[in-house]
Design a protein around this ligand. Sequence first.
Ligand SMILES: NC(=O)c1ccc[n+]([C@@H]2O[C@H](COP(=O)([O-])OP(=O)(O)OC[C@H]3O[C@@H](n4cnc5c(N)ncnc54)[C@H](OP(=O)(O)O)[C@@H]3O)[C@@H](O)[C@H]2O)c1
Length: 318
Amino acid sequence: MVGIFSLMTGLPGPSGFGSASTAEQVTENVDASKLTAIITGGASGIGAETARVFALRGAHVIIAARNMDAANSAKQVILKSNPTAHIDVLKLDLSSLKSVQAFADNFNAMGLPLNVLINNAGVMFCPHQLSEDGIEMQFATNHLGHFLLTKLLLEKMKSTAKETGIEGRIVNLSSIAHHHTYEKGIRFDAINNKDGYNDKKAYGQSKLANLLHANELSRRLKEDGANVTINCVHPGLIMTNLMRHSFFLMKFLQVITYLFWKNVPQGAATTCFVALHPSLKGVTGKYFLDCNEMKPSILARQETLAKKLWDFSEKLVS
Ligand SMILES: NC(=O)c1ccc[n+]([C@@H]2O[C@H](COP(=O)([O-])OP(=O)(O)OC[C@H]3O[C@@H](n4cnc5c(N)ncnc54)[C@H](OP(=O)(O)O)[C@@H]3O)[C@@H](O)[C@H]2O)c1
């Protein structure tokens, strides 16, 4: 209820920020000039705004995208308003395990440190489709690709944090849609099945997986004593290309629920807050909405489910 009230009014929550805050506002005094950040899906929507604001605060940004033309255009747009921005673009198709491996190899070959990983790319409400690895597309892109990417970049993040003394941060873009999933959360026995597939629940399942992945990894990082955190965000409702498979439904929804929608600079605020704000030092395994911590669903808080998904994902990527 408090969430809905602050969403409609834009009033700030305990963090001092709320649904009306923009990515620039929540990072106003942040110096990111010592940071290198990878932003998946950084060529459009929330990811592109996140890349712009990271660069504005001085970070070296790597836009990871499957569409290199779009990534280069996003880079040019940023450079136009910020000619000293430090931006690279690298090819990454999260629906292909081979492409994720190639991305990690290419990134590691650049010899750069890695402080921040924003697992932002995503697809929503696709009709049933299998990835080139034979995995249902929303699970493959939104969860499994990011699971493997994070796994392949983790040692680099840990060693960067150790060498620099700067806390590494991973942010998974989940969604409030994680509440709307299959009955048991994840369809482990039927993950790729067309039978019983529901495009909305499959999206919710993949977004629940983003939360479970973050919780289990957060637990493991703490156990390791690594100076790296991982948190999840729901960015809000923002009209972006994400709606391409359900454009008319979402447009209709936007008309009747217009008070709940944000613009893109507001949509990138929670990601930028969680990734860059000094007040979140040491905070890990949490879920944020409108720049404030929020409780996710009961399923998202189940440790056994998180462990089961971890083992399941490990098998799929190996
Ligand atoms: N917009 C919202 O209301 C909303 C609400 C809750 C959560 N989210 C989450 O926020 C994140 C960003 O979404 P957005 O609204 O900014 O949507 P968007 O503008 O469509 O951005 C998503 C990005 O992901 C990229 N992408 C999709 N499939 C990919 C793949 N296989 N490999 C690499 N990149 C891929 C897209 O690239 P292409 O252009 O090539 O497809 C695009 O750049 C998503 O994870 C989404 O689930 C959004």
